[in-house]
Design a protein around this ligand. Structure first.
Ligand code: C2E
Ligand code: CA
Ligand code: CA
Length: 507
């Protein structure tokens, strides 16, 4: 077919489509789609594809256009309603893009938009949708997200991607953008009553507009409370990613003692984060964060290494052999390299395995009991002690517990708090102590704050205690001093006893 013939052919097709549009416009239907147009009698295959592309795709970037995006949002809304999923609609407006058009000209500006489209497609998941709204505005749809945090992480990733320089018009250009996010559908996340795609997109655009008003270069959720939470979390996550190399993480030590002799037999290593601006941050705040972003692996390995190294140093400084216990997180246990990490820490510190204990929780072991038995048995063979932390808060059965080679049972502190005047708690503590002993385990109570707690636990046959009564968790140097002071005090009492017995034998 010659060029002329092709042109005429296309004119024919176009004429048919125009007739179809007129026909559709005359009908009562509001709007029409690509499918409506290509239904015109006699429109051939190539033209159908061409029309479909023209109607669904943004011709400049090849991304989906607004109409297609709206359809995708509608499908996602339906799925959210049906499967109780959560999704995010993200509106992205480039900051000061008109300056680039002015500087480099529109054709270079168009090239840049194409590159941006490519990067956006790259930094999203397969199930996400990216579209161009028009001009310098883009849309993203993230279905099936777990929570607001996921959408925040996506926004963060987009901003980082666009900040990397683009080579355009012989220059290096890096971009910032203003992002608005709307979540659907949860009442406490989304917008009450808004379910149609157009409104969801409009609210995301309005939110992006607010970011612009606040000085651009940022992201916000429609709900400002969520924005604050997510922004804080992302900032903290970033700070945490450099905390290890900046030596901001430190281990505190809390002594554990034999309940009848008062002798300190070991200490629990408890991590702290000395944040340069925020001061000391509790592990309750940053360990869950570290677990969700994967930083728990380098941090958890460091804790084991550092606890072994420090314990060896305590011994080298003249302290008696004490067993240091380390908390293992669920993610760390699941990663299946715990044995290697422990081996390496013992190897590099030259600490005796009997001076190390790992604290695990019931839920961690019950997640995959078969695997847990294998891992614990290996660790036990090295000579490392194993304890079950927070006992009484989970649901493990006696038969399940029996399968694990555990040495120590730690009664959860929630049962100790009201021990002196709550008969139920006394009964629970008594039952745990008996259970532990019947399985041949040592039983320790944590959260022991008063003499009454200790007396009550001693009456019930508990073996060891840990808690503020002995000491709060303290930095290494303070811990060392604390042990020395206790040893001096013991020596003094021994001396007094000797003197008394000397006096009586002399008398
Ligand atoms: P946990 O393992 O149950 O640790 C005991 C917590 O109780 C510690 O809180 C300790 O400071 C606190 N505590 C000790 N004695 C008393 C007392 O008499 N009264 C009261 N009210 N509290 C007492 P901390 O240090 O804030 O640690 C909280 C949790 O963070 C720990 O609970 C543990 O689950 C986790 N954690 C701490 N360090 C690490 C770590 O290195 N790795 C991992 N994965 N988790 C850690
Ligand atoms: Ca613990
Ligand atoms: Ca505990």
């Amino acid at each position: 077919m010659s060029k002329e013939e092709l042109k005429h052919g296309l004119y024919d097709e176009l004429a048919k489509i125009c007739e179809r549009i007129i026909e559709l416009e005359k009908s009562d239907r509001k709007g029409f789609s690509a499918d409506d147009l290509v239904c015109a009698d006699g429109v051939n295959g190539d033209a159908k594809e061409l029309i479909r592309a023209l109607v669904t795709i943004d011709p400049l970037t090849g991304l989906a256009n607004f109409a297609t995006f709206k359809d995708r949002v509608q499908e996602a809304v339906d799925r959210c309603d049906r499967d109780e999923e959560l999704m995010a609609v993200v509106f992205l407006d480039l900051d000061h893009f008109s300056d680039i058009n002015d500087d480099l000209g529109h054709s270079e500006g168009d090239k840049l938009l194409k590159m941006i489209a490519g990067r956006l497609a790259q930094c999203t998941r397969k199930i996400d949708h990216v579209a161009r709204m028009g001009g310098d505005e883009f849309l993203l749809l993230a279905p099936g997200i777990e929570g607001a945090q996921d959408a925040g992480t996506l926004a963060h990733r987009i901003r980082r991607t666009l900040a990397k320089p683009f080579a355009v018009g012989g220059k290096e250009v890096s971009l910032t953008c203003s992002i608005g996010i709307v979540l659907y559908p949860f009442a406490d996340h989304g917008i009450d009553g808004v379910t149609d795609p157009q409104s969801l997109i409009k609210h995301a655009a309005m939110t992006a507009e607010q970011v612009k008003d606040l000085g651009r270069n940022g992201f916000q959720f429609y709900d400002s409370k969520i924005s604050e939470e997510v922004t804080n979390r992302i900032a903290l996550e970033q700070d945490l990613s450099v905390a290890l190399e900046n030596n901001e993480l430190i281990l505190y030590y809390q002594p554990k003692a034999n309940i009848s002799t008062g002798e300190v037999i070991g200490m629990e290593a408890l991590i702290r984060w000395e944040h340069p601006e925020r001061g000391l941050i509790s592990p309750m705040e940053f360990i869950p964060l570290a677990e969700s972003c994967g930083l728990i692996h380098p941090i958890g390995s460091w804790v084991i290494r550092e606890a072994c190294r420090q314990n060896k140093e305590f011994i080298a400084n003249g302290l008696p052999h004490l067993r240091v216990s380390v908390n293992v997180s669920a993610a760390q246990f699941r990663k299946q390299n715990l044995i290697e990490v422990v081996k390496a820490a013992l190897g590099s510190s030259q600490l005796d395995p009997s001076d190390l204990e790992l604290e695990l929780t019931e839920s961690m072991l019950m997640h995959d009991p078969e695997l847990a038995v294998i891992v614990l048995t290996k660790l036990h063979k090295f000579g490392v002690s194993l304890s079950l932390d927070d006992f009484g808060t989970g649901y493990s059965s006696l038969s399940a517990l029996r399968r694990f080679p555990l040495d120590i049972l730690k009664i959860d502190q929630s049962f100790i708090k009201d021990l002196s005047d709550n008969h139920d708690d006394i009964a629970i503590a008594r039952a745990i102590i008996r259970l532990g002993h019947s399985l041949g385990m040592t039983v320790i109570a944590e959260g022991v704050e008063s003499e009454e707690h200790m007396e009550c636990l001693a009456r019930e046959g508990c073996d060891e205690i840990q808690g503020y009564l002995l000491s709060r968790p303290v930095p290494p140097a303070e811990f060392e001093q604390l042990i020395r002071d206790r040893l001096d005090a013991e020596a003094l009492t021994d001396l007094e006893i000797d003197e008394i017995s000397d006096l009586t034998s002399a008398g």
